[in-house]
Design a protein around this ligand. Structure first.
Ligand code: PGU
Length: 458
């Protein structure tokens, strides 16, 4: 804490308020009621008291609330119960509930060591080899938009940083345009657009009655939105609900977006994690692009390559002409430069090495299928355990219909609190559990916790 001298001057009425004046000479101090008060001789016409108080210049800074997702991991770490289970953050764990570094990642890193790759600054737009393969992975290598040079791709600080770049681009060039996000969505979307000063609204997505997609609600909300809005869509494995539109529904969504001149803005954080197939999980994005639409796509390698803290992802803007793509890219670089100058190289090289090498690429696909497969196995086991143990007749089959890392249990906040307080199961308060943090051994325990919370807490 800093000690601040406050001078109290009483000579003129206009200076009767306490003033901060660091230029005054330090005066002899008297102790009054715990404060040190500086004393000045009587002959002086101005009476000045300098009060030294222990006061921080950050006194007005309020405590921020814990993050609804990453804060759950902090609480988990502090819990000493041996049955504790962290189903909060969407991070893949092994059957032993340990973090997993993919074998292909280790191989790519060894390659980097063998080659003696340096650590020079990357260009503002990132590693060229990464930008090339990431766009190819997303759109398909032989997609005309790539061949025609119509995609502006810049490396971003994973999915979040890439979304934030797009937020800044929208704020600068589409002043007043709204971003419409699904209700519910990944919590950080709202923070990203708030901090980008981009207005946002919501479209209906989840129907608690059917525990499924509120397709009609979604379509009518897209129809009434102002023309030319940005529509944020989860490319696959919708977070938190695990409910994706069917291919037919995607087509209808694209119809409305085209009719309304909206701009589709995809967040692809789980390519390969929903179905186990990279191509299948990119099919929604590719369908919009095939219609000739201009599309924004944020990509993340946190989950599918397990590169969480390497912060590697990309922002892609598909434009109707190569010229527009060049200009958009130049502006994305301009936004990135004062924010973080240029992105980190390590994760970019890993992705470039894995995706750019046919042998490693195939090994990656196998490992991804393994990860996606383990999640599907615990999903099935959780459903079986719930169905066997719960005698109430409740239909738990929605768990099997959801895809990706998460299950949206339908538990409310009080029930979710019970999961944590009584059962030491850490999860987000919207009722989402990450099945990637669950193993077969703990499915029965989790089922007991869910049944107790669902039936005994209102
Ligand atoms: N978009 C969606 C839909 C996500 O679920 C996530 C991660 C991201 C983007 C951003 O991930 P990056 O690591 O920045 O690439 N959501 C996880 C991870 C924890 C978090 O909230 O950042 C989750 O548990 O929801």
């Amino acid at each position: 804490m800093a000690s601040t001298m406050i001078s109290l001057a009483s000579a003129s009425p206009s200076s009767s308020q306490p003033i901060r004046d660091n230029s005054k000479p330090i005066l002899p101090k008297l102790k009054i009621g715990g404060f040190s008060v500086a004393h000045k001789p009587k002959s002086c016409s101005r009476i000045t008291m300098a009060v030294a108080v222990d006061v921080s210049r950050f006194e007005h800074v309020k405590m921020a609330p814990p993050d609804p997702i990453l804060g759950v991991s902090e609480a988990f770490r502090a819990d000493t119960d041996e049955m504790k289970l962290n189903l909060g953050v969407g991070a893949y764990r092994t059957e032993e509930l340990q973090p997993y570094v993919l074998q292909v990642v280790k191989k790519a890193e060894n390659l980097m060591l063998e080659r003696g790759d340096n650590k020079e600054y990357l260009p503002i737009e990132g590693l060229a080899a990464f930008n090339k393969v990431t766009a190819e992975l997303l759109f398909g290598a032989d997609n005309p938009v790539i061949k025609e040079g119509r995609v502006a791709t810049v490396q971003g600080l994973s999915g979040t940083g890439s979304l934030r770049l797009a937020g800044a681009l929208i704020e600068r060039y589409f002043s007043g345009a709204k971003v419409l996000i699904s209700s519910p969505t990944w919590g950080n979307h709202k923070n990203i657009f708030n901090d980008s000063n981009v207005p946002w609204g919501e479209y209906r997505y989840y129907d608690p009655k059917t525990v499924g997609l509120d397709f009609d609600g979604m379509i009518s909300d897209l129809k009434v939105a102002a023309d030319g809005s940005f529509i944020l869509l989860h490319g696959c494995a919708h977070n938190p609900t695990g409910i994706d539109p069917t291919p037919e529904q995607w087509e209808k969504i694209a119809d409305v977006i085209q009719e309304k001149n909206h701009i589709p803005f995809f967040d692809v954080a789980y390519q390969g994690f929903a179905s186990g197939s990279l191509d299948e999980d990119a099919s929604s994005v590719r369908m919009f692009v095939a219609r000739g639409m201009e599309v924004l796509v944020a990509q993340s390698y946190s989950k599918n390559l397990g590169l969480y803290s390497e912060r590697i992802g990309a922002m892609n803007v598909v434009c109707s002409s190569p010229d527009a793509a060049t200009r958009v890219k130049s502006q994305l670089k301009r936004i990135a430069r004062p924010m973080y100058s240029n992105p980190p190289i390590h994760g970019a090289r890993i992705v470039a090495n894995v995706v750019g090498d046919p042998v490693l690429f195939n090994e990656w696909k196998e490992e991804m299928e393994l990860m996606a497969g383990r999640i599907k196995t615990v999903r099935q086991k959780l459903f079986d355990s719930l169905s066997t143990k719960d005698k109430s007749g409740k239909d738990w089959s929605f768990i099997l219909k959801q895809i990706g890392m998460f299950s949206f249990t339908g538990l409310n906040k009080a029930q979710s609190d019970n999961m944590t307080d009584k059962w030491h199961v850490y999860m987000t308060k919207d009722g989402r559990i990450s099945l990637a943090g669950l193993n077969l051994a703990k499915c029965e325990y989790l089922a007991d916790a869910i049944i107790d919370s669902f039936h005994n807490i209102s």
